[in-house]
Design a binder for this molecule. Structure first.
Ligand SMILES: O=P([O-])(O)O[C@H]1O[C@H](COP(=O)(O)O)[C@@H](O)[C@H](O)[C@H]1O
Ligand SMILES: [Mg+2]
Length: 583
């Protein structure tokens, strides 16, 4: 057994190591500076405290983006030096964010141990490669992202750090081979356990869904399926689940080989960046596809996000979570006992609220960031939750889960067609969505993203919008001058959240303008970018009138969009005449 020594390395703080909505995300060149990653990792160990680190089993892996393999070796050496007992690594350093959550919660190690936390190496939907983004975040023993108390303490440690511990002479571990490697250190044995990235996750999915009914659907000649991993880590799971377990054709998988640079693409599953899938589903601008598949879906780099499409049909994520919640009990065995409650993030449309009311379910509105759902789930108050930002999930883990969402949709389609697989026409994704609107009303919804704008201008825009809120009559005068057919603003504020479980308060979670007819405008600064600022504008309007629920959403929302852009002086503050992405 190789023996290692522990070195104390002197260091000085770096500016800007504050974790965002979901961890620290920066350009690779920033992470590659000597001591940069090490400072953040040591600050995390220090924030957790020796009793949570010494003797612990921790997971280290991620979406496989460029620099992950180097980072994994550094973290292994630092973990050894900080007294960690065992590190678990997914083969080739690959584990999706939901799989990490599942591994923390479910996996039992060779010595009977369980993991108490994880470093997840991902910048999610941001591009990868030597000139693109890297990221790191820490998840806790419940499998969910560290709460603000911990991330604040990590950040505060990064501002005062003076040294870190590392076992510099520990040999690199071959993470391409499954197996256990043991080392001896000053405090005893230290193990690195390289394991199969998919098996724990596949097992969990099989315990939640009725795989046989999904298999029946996929084998129906009338059903066709397409899944695009955008060269992210979802590919490592898609083949195992959709092809090997469920019998989908191999050619239904697009871009399912994980790549360090995501094939040069932007691994964000939306209508702009998932272009190949969008074209294949008959939603491209030129629309040359003769017979698009019945169902299509895409994932982001770390496979926690999902976009669901039907034949020539886009399912807006806010509708997706509402539809899953409305159908979960009948369609998904895991929920057959009923839902404990449902939750959405504030900017997500109120489609879920209507379902909750109708089914008499507990309902929660939380700030953007999956960590806020975790507390509700741990307290047994929430089963299904989702966000407008292509995130959907449940209390089976403590992260959103892209493949779970696809399996949930396939389960619903299978259920709706259970006596119809031999029929003339399947109940389609579009049918399911339209039936939902007919029952609950429709929330027209769109999001405008202004990516990488000047941070100063973005701040000024937000400050201007907050200032305007002090006089609603002034706001309504401005609005009437822009469009007389838009209803009155009756309330305007900055969203603040008091966690019902631990009482913690999160302020400044987005600027809201609430209209008399239930419409909403929400403005937020993204917390997941790595450069400049990204402004997100969310626009929503509720329509119950059956004769008006079938409109094109951009047409239906045009008056509110015009109001939002002019009221906020978007072009003046950002210099942009159009958003980068519209969903
Ligand atoms: O980036 P991911 O997939 O880890 O997702 C993260 O960021 C999303 C977008 O955040 P923002 O609007 O601040 O960019 C959040 O909705 C999500 O809860 C969080 O986990
Ligand atoms: Mg993600």
């Amino acid at each position: 057994m190789a023996i290692f020594k522990v070195s104390r390395v002197e260091t000085t703080p770096f500016d800007g190591q504050k974790p965002g909505t979901s961890g620290l995300r920066k350009k690779v060149k920033v992470f590659k500076q000597p001591h940069y990653l090490e400072n953040f990792v040591q600050s995390t160990f220090n924030a957790l405290g020796a009793d949570k680190v010494r003797g612990a089993t921790l997971v280290v892996s991620g979406d496989g983006r460029y620099y992950s393999k180097d980072a994994i070796q550094i973290i292994i050496k630092m973990a050894a030096a900080n007294g960690v007992r065992c590190i678990w690594v997914g083969q080739n350093g690959l584990l999706s964010t939901p799989a990490v959550s599942a591994v923390i919660r479910e996996r039992i190690g060779h010595d009977g141990s369980k993991a108490s936390g994880a470093f997840i190496l991902t910048a999610s939907h941001n591009p990868g490669g030597p000139h693109e983004d890297f990221g790191i975040k820490y998840n806790m023993e419940n499998g969910g992202p560290a709460p603000e108390g911990i991330t604040d303490s990590i950040y505060s440690n990064t501002t005062t750090i003076k040294e870190y511990l590392i076992a510099e002479d520990l040999l690199d571990v071959d993470i391409s081979q499954i197996g256990l490697t043991s080392f001896g250190g000053p405090e005893g044995k230290f193990d690195v356990d390289v394991f199969d990235s998919a098996s724990d996750y596949v097992k969990l999915m099989k315990s939640i869904f009725d795989f046989q009914s999904i298999k029946n659907l996929l084998s129906s000649p009338k059903f066709s399926f397409c899944y695009d991993a955008l060269h992210g880590v979802a590919g490592a799971y898609a083949k195992r689940i959709f092809v090997e377990e469920l019998g989908a054709q191999e050619n239904s998988l697009l871009n399912c080989v994980p790549k360090e640079d995501f094939g040069g693409g932007h691994p964000d599953p939306n209508l702009t960046y998932a272009k190949e899938l969008v074209d294949r589903m008959g939603l491209g601008k030129t629309n040359t596809e003769q017979d698009p598949p019945e169902f299509g879906a895409a994932a982001d780099g770390d496979a926690d996000r999902n976009m669901v499409l039907g034949k020539r049909f886009f399912v807006t994520p806010s509708d997706s979570v509402a539809i899953i919640a409305a159908n979960a009990v009948q369609s998904i065995p895991y929920f057959s006992g009923g839902l404990k409650g449902v939750a959405r993030s504030m900017p997500t449309s109120a489609a879920l609220d209507v379902v909750a009311k109708n089914l008499n379910l507990k309902f929660f509105e939380v700030p953007t960031g999956w960590k806020f759902f975790g507390n509700l789930m741990d307290a047994g108050m929430c089963s299904v939750c989702g966000e407008e930002s292509f995130g959907t999930g449940s209390d089976h883990i403590r992260e959103k889960d892209g493949i779970w969402a696809v399996l949930a949709w396939l389960s619903i389609i299978a259920y709706k067609n259970k006596d119809n697989l031999e029929g003339d026409k399947l109940v389609s994704v579009e049918d399911i969505v339209r039936q939902h609107w007919a029952k609950y009303g429709r929330h027209y919804y769109t999001r405008y993203d202004y990516e990488n704008v000047d941070a100063g201008g973005a701040k000024e825009l937000m400050a201007y919008l907050v200032k305007l809120q002090s006089s609603l009559s002034e706001v309504n005068n401005i609005i009437k001058g822009i469009r007389s057919d838009v209803s009155n603003v009756v309330n305007a504020d900055e969203f603040e959240y008091k966690d019902p479980v631990d009482g913690s308060i999160s302020k400044h979670q987005g600027i809201r303008y609430l209209f008399e007819d239930g419409s909403r405008l929400v403005f937020r600064l993204s917390g997941t970018g790595s450069e400049g600022a990204t402004i997100r504008l969310y626009i929503e309007q509720y329509e119950k009138d059956q004769s008006k629920i079938g409109r094109d959403s951009q047409d239906a929302l045009a008056p509110l969009v015009e109001v939002a852009l002019k009221l906020s002086k978007m072009q003046e503050f950002t210099g942009r005449s159009a958003p980068t992405v519209i969903t």
